[in-house]
Every structure is written in structure tokens, then in C-alpha cells.
Design a protein around this ligand. Structure first.
Ligand SMILES: Cc1ncc(COP(=O)(O)O)c(C=O)c1O
Length: 399
């Protein structure tokens, strides 16, 4: 059977992720990999998670844990998230929180919620590849978001109109973005809010790395800045997506959306239609570990990643030839390199694996318009100091 003839049009935009394909190839032990961008398993709170699962059964809570449950999510977990959001300047109630299967599911739902075919999503050039993957299924157009740039709301709206739809959302990762590692400053966050108000669009604020700050001053999330302006989350257009993947465990697949109740209610309907609810037992375990151990655990995680970040920045400084630029992130997992024009990140990767046994992610896939060939993403999250030093030295020699 020729499946191509009956596939829905949305499939045309759904492509294999370069990163996922790459991850499959990188099991060889002699490769120094800066490609993954995933947490170091040595930093998982393994024992605490093990105890939390045991407690579910020992306490008799398994009847609930193994049963169907509410689409909104496990109440004590939503309460813990509310308290954390309040610390970030986002006072809200559990009615403003939906638990999702990772924040990736939230991005899919938000695409489904907001984007009709030909509508425009404003995204950074580059942006998180997984957001493009999630939105692509809804057949949008993309336009480049310049946070403090020279484009006006009228300009964005006119471009979207020419493409046959309207601007619906601006997506961004404000802290230690994937792939660049950089954060939006206060002025940029304010400018995005002004722009979104003018265009009457949603802001999708992806906070996947929010807790992983190593130095510098924390800047309030856009949602907090909007609440400052408007008084209540109920009057806000910002939809915040959070995740336990980078702090506790990505394998348990627990994330959340924090937004005005009409948004949450609509997302709950979507969740009912999609997977009913995220796994009850995983939500209970994450809730238990978060209540008892989050702050202590995140302090250890931050210290470990900060040291690796410092190693990588020092190695880049020491070995990279002139003409190579890189970001200096205050948190997260990534450093972003801009290579001299004419060097292609994908070709470099091939040579690097073959001759240097060093892996990274070519940057082009993170650009909705296919530009950025001379960029690459390096992750420092999974390598120790010696491997970082050696890997950067080899990469620099190739360059
Ligand atoms: C910026 C960003 N958002 C969202 C996600 C999805 O994470 P999860 O679904 O595990 O919460 C990732 C994962 O790498 C990410 O880098």
C-alpha cells in the first residue's frame, strides 16, 4: 500500500529530528559527546524516587496510583507547583495548573489550541527544535521574533496576513534557551509583552530550564511581569510551561502549564481526548520527591552543571581559533557557537566524528527558515571536566 497517498497533509511537515537520530549513533564509548542536551543520570535523585515508589505501595495509596485519575493532574503536585510559581512572582490557584506528560506535550496542546493552518507563530531564529516539531503538525507559518528589534506589531500582522492567516502566538524560552543558552533581559521581556498586547496574541513562555541558574540575577518570568501589570493571572495572555525533566527526571514525563483558567479548561478537554491524564503514579512520586527534596536536590544539580559550564567556557577560551564566537550562559545546559561564514555545522560534525570522535548538534535545524548553517550547539551537561577539555581541544584543532 502506498501510504503517502492517504497521509493527512500535516505529515508533510513532520520530519525526523536530527538530534534524536544522532542520539542513536552516539553509544560508542570512545566518542566525546556534546550532542545530547539531556540530564546527567548520575544526578537523578534515584534513591529518593525509589523510596517514593515504595511508599506509594507501603502506604496503601496504590489503589489511587494505579487507577484512572483527573485530567487536571494530582492535586498535591499542583499545590506544590502553585507554591513554586508564587515564589517566582506568579500568584495562582490549582485551577491555573494542568499537569502534562512533559512540557513537550504542553507545546503540542498549545499548537493545537492556537494554530490553524497558515496562522503565524513568532519564534526566535534559532529556537527549540521540539517546539517547531510540535507546532509543525498544525501547519503554521513562522516569522522571526525580534525581542527588541525594529519590527512593529503592524509589520508582523501584515506579513502574517499576506501568508493567509494571523499572528497567534509568540514562543520563547526566556531562561538559558535551548539551543543558545542565553536569556532574555528584562527590557526584552517587557517588549514582548507590549508587542503581544498590541497584536492581541498569546505568549508561550517555555521555562524548561528555569531552575538551572548558576550565576547572575534572576529575572521574573514574563507571566510574573504581566501579572504585575494587569493584577491577576486571569487577565494574562502568557501561558507558562514548566517541567521536572531537567531537575528531577525526564523519564517520568511530568510537566505543567500555568495559565488563566479559560486556557486550562480548554487544555483539559484536549488532554481528555488525547491521553486522559498523565500517569498517576509518576505524578505522585514526583510530588513526594518535590515536597521533600526539591531544594536540596536542585542545589547539588546546579553546582555540578555550573562546574561543567565553567570548564567548557574555559576550554573554549583556551583552544578556539579566532573567528569563532560563543555564548556565555548563566545557566541551563548549552553553549552556542557561531563559526566563520562558509563552515557548515553538519559537514563539520561528519568530519569531527570521523577524525576527532567528538559529537555536537549542527545549528541549522533550530532555524525555522533553514539558515544558521555556520552554527553548532554544545551541551556540557553530561561530560566531566577532563572530557570537556579534551573534546573542545579536538574540536578546535579541527576548526
Ligand atoms: C526548551 C525546551 N522545552 C521543552 C522541552 C521538553 O521537555 P520535557 O517534555 O521533557 O519537559 C525541552 C527538552 O529538551 C526543551 O529543551
Amino acid at each position: 500500500m502506498d501510504w503517502q497517498t492517504i497521509l493527512a497533509t500535516r505529515n508533510a511537515r513532520m520530519k525526523a529530528s536530527e538530534i534524536r537520530e544522532l542520539l542513536k549513533l552516539l553509544d560508542q564509548p570512545d566518542i566525546i559527546s556534546f550532542a545530547g542536551g539531556i540530564p546527567d543520570p548520575a544526578l537523578f535523585p534515584t534513591q529518593q524516587i525509589q523510596e517514593a515508589y515504595a511508599d506509594v505501595f507501603a502506604s496503601g495509596a496504590h489503589d489511587t496510583a494505579l487507577q484512572y485519575s483527573a485530567s487536571e493532574g494530582y492535586k498535591p503536585l499542583r499545590e506544590w507547583i502553585c507554591a513554586e510559581m508564587a515564589k517566582l512572582g506568579v500568584p495562582c490557584s490549582i485551577d491555573n495548573i494542568l499537569i502534562t506528560s512533559g512540557s513537550q506535550q504542553a507545546l503540542d496542546y498549545l499548537g493545537k489550541l492556537l494554530l490553524s493552518p497558515k496562522d503565524t507563530a513568532l519564534v526566535g531564529w534559532p529556537t527549540y527544535l521540539g517546539a517547531l516539531g510540535a507546532f509543525n503538525a498544525y501547519e503554521p507559518e513562522y516569522d522571526r521574533l525580534h525581542p527588541n528589534g525594529n519590527r512593529t506589531a503592524a509589520d508582523y500582522m501584515e506579513t502574517a496576513g499576506e501568508k493567509g492567516g494571523r499572528v497567534k502566538l509568540a514562543y520563547m524560552s526566556v531562561d538559558f534557551a535551548n539551543p543558545t543558552g542565553i536569556s532574555m533581559d528584562r527590557a526584552e521581556r517587557d517588549a514582548i509583552l507590549n508587542l503581544a498586547d498590541e497584536m492581541d496574541i498569546a505568549i508561550v513562555e517555555d521555562a524548561a530550564y528555569q531552575s538551572l541558574r548558576y550565576d547572575g540575577e534572576a529575572i521574573p518570568p514574563i507571566l510574573a511581569l504581566e501579572i504585575e501589570r494587569k493584577g491577576s493571572i486571569e487577565d494574562c495572555r502568557t501561558i507558562y510551561t514548566g517541567s521536572f525533566s531537567k531537575t528531577l527526571s525526564p523519564g517520568l514525563r511530568v510537566g505543567w502549564v500555568c495559565a488563566a483558567t479559560p486556557v486550562i479548561s480548554q487544555l483539559v478537554l484536549m488532554k481528555q481526548a488525547s491521553d486522559l491524564h498523565s500517569p498517576s503514579i509518576n505524578q505522585m512520586v514526583i510530588s513526594d520527591v518535590a515536597h521533600k527534596h526539591f531544594d536540596a536536590h536542585i542545589a547539588v544539580t546546579r553546582a555540578a552543571y555550573m562546574e561543567r559550564r565553567d570548564h567548557m567556557l574555559a576550554a573554549l577560551e583556551k583552544y578556539m581559533p579566532e573567528g569563532v564566537d560563543w555564548t556565555r550562559p548563566e545557566g541551563g545546559m548549552f553553549v552556542w557557537l557561531t563559526l566563520p561564514k562558509g563552515i557548515d555545522g553538519a559537514e563539520l560534525l561528519e568530519k569531527s566524528i570521523e577524525t576527532q570522535r567528538v559529537a555536537f548538534v549542527p545549528g541549522q535545524a533550530f532555524f525555522a527558515d533553514g539558515s544558521g548553517a555556520n552554527t553548532i550547539r554544545l551541551s556540557f551537561s553530561k561530560s566531566n571536566g577532563d572530557a570537556i577539555d579534551e573534546g573542545i581541544k579536538r574540536l578546535a584543532s579541527l576548526l
